[in-house]
Design a protein around this ligand. Structure first.
Ligand code: NAD
Length: 426
């Protein structure tokens, strides 16, 4: 099938490369010219395991390209995915400016295009958006009617960064929210080669499945962090508690790793957006508000542990190991290292940081802290080491000598054997 994708970020690029790997013909569109050029030279603008190699392969095989020309891309395809960003507004509610713009741009092209074309929203959008905002903008710009002249679907994406391409290609399930069967059929056809159950449902339900899934995953982490803070005071290792809990099939061991908390581009904005929508509808979302609050407090808990062990951090050199919000990613959006660095700066510490992939991204936020060339160099300069991301290369106990280490990610199985080691929730 011929596919166009509007918005070539983490989701758009992984979807595009993934569908090209599956044999489809894909054109990715983006307004960022630099990104388009980079992709067309075979270089991925983001770090994701396997993405670079597969991008180079599908480009070479002629099944994938990037462009700034939305007209050409849509005219020469049968299905268009929208995967632009859906950031938060100041009050936590969803900002739909990119969605509106992309829908209007697609509608303008559909005005001239002949034949059945299906528009699929892949961005995470609050329930009601696809059949409200997207449909309205598409219909106004095209002068055509959804369901009669073109199809409309909502197909949420559940990939996780650090395993994004693998996650796209091997999902646990595929959810297709469809306006009608004629809209959903070609989208279901795209996933035929995937070994995953396909759930076809209404559009609003598909939108909500994504929010409810992210809200529950964030809740599990904040839950185990709250339990973990109590365990720490009681001298209990939360990982043993989580192991015992996770053996229960109703609970599962997934997302029960306590520590510094969750980050990334999605959890905070999605949980905040559903809280804001609930409030707008007169529904309290106190549980989800607490999920955010617990997460915001974890960096402060780690810092308190450091101060308990080493006294005031003022004037001391502190190494922060790990800037990406998770290992195997260069994404720093909502990374827990950001509030940690801010708090350290406020307390007058000298900060030296290291991350194998995310340092260039972090320099934009904190140009004035020290960036070390290796973990060893950062540790060597510091009096206290704070582990903020569980990168594989930080798991070497030899790295730390007799430095004070506060581990926010439980990276050592036998960390407690290190002198001066302190875990966050264990
Ligand atoms: P991103 O910010 O990495 O990428 C968005 C891209 O859209 C950018 O490259 C931007 O230049 C482009 N863009 C904006 N307006 C455009 C327009 N009018 N035409 C063409 N391109 C345009 O975002 P992302 O992380 O890929 O997320 C996209 C959506 O997918 C969001 O709704 C997000 O919540 C959702 N999502 C993200 C993840 C994730 O792990 N990142 C996972 C699942 C779902």
């Amino acid at each position: 099938m011929k596919i166009s994708i509007v918005g070539t970020g983490y989701v758009g690029l992984c979807t595009g490369v993934g569908l090209a790997v599956k044999g489809h013909n894909v054109t990715c569109v983006d307004i960022d010219k630099e990104k388009v050029e980079k992709i067309n030279t075979g270089k991925s603008p983001i770090y994701e395991p396997g993405l670079g190699e597969n991008l180079a392969r599908v480009l070479k095989e002629g099944r994938f390209r990037a462009t700034g020309d939305i007209k050409g891309a849509i005219t020469n395809s049968d299905v268009t995915f929208i995967s632009v960003g859906t950031p938060s507004r100041e009050d936590g509610s969803i900002d739909l400016k990119y969605i509106k713009q992309a829908s209007r741009n697609i509608g303008n092209v559909l005005r001239e295009k002949q034949g059945w074309h299906v528009v699929v929203v892949k961005s995470t959008v609050i329930p009601g958006t696809t059949e409200g905002v997207v449909k309205k903008n598409l219909e106004e710009a095209s002068g055509k009617k959804a369901g009669k002249d073109f199809g409309l679907c909502m197909n949420p994406e559940f990939l996780r960064e650090g395993k994004a391409l693998e996650g796209f290609l091997n999902p646990d399930r595929v959810v297709i929210g469809e306006l009608d069967k004629k809209s959903g059929d070609p989208v279901a056809g795209l996933y035929e080669g995937f070994r995953a159950p396909v759930m076809r449902t209404g559009i609003k339900t598909a939108e909500m499945i994504k929010y409810a899934s992210n809200a529950l995953l964030a809740t599990k982490i904040s839950f185990i962090n709250e339990i973990g803070n109590i365990c720490k005071k009681l001298g209990i290792d939360t990982y043993d508690v989580a192991k015992g809990m996770g053996m229960d099939k109703r609970i599962s061991p997934q997302f029960l790793q306590s520590g510094l908390g969750w980050g990334g581009s999605c959890f905070l904005k999605d949980v905040a957006a559903i809280v804001a929508k609930g409030k707008e509808l007169g529904c309290m979302a106190g549980l989800l508000e607490s999920v955010i609050k617990v997460n915001e407090e974890q960096p402060g808990v780690l810092l308190k542990l450091a101060e308990g062990k080493a006294g005031s951090v003022q004037g001391k050199t502190i190494a922060v190991l790990g800037l990406a919000f998770k290992p195997d990613s260069d994404d720093i959006r909502e990374s827990r290292s950001i509030p940690l660095i801010k708090a350290l700066r406020k307390k007058g510490a000298n900060i030296v940081v290291y991350d194998p992939k995310a340092m260039e991204n972090m320099k934009v936020f904190f140009p004035d802290i020290e960036y070390a060339g290796s973990a060893k160099e950062a540790v060597g300069k510091a009096e206290i080491v704070l582990i903020a991301t569980g990168w594989e290369e930080f798991k070497d106990p030899e790295l730390y000598g007799n430095k004070i280490v506060i581990d926010g990610r439980n990276i050592f199985k036998d960390g407690k054997k290190l002198d001066n080691y302190e875990g966050l929730c264990w």
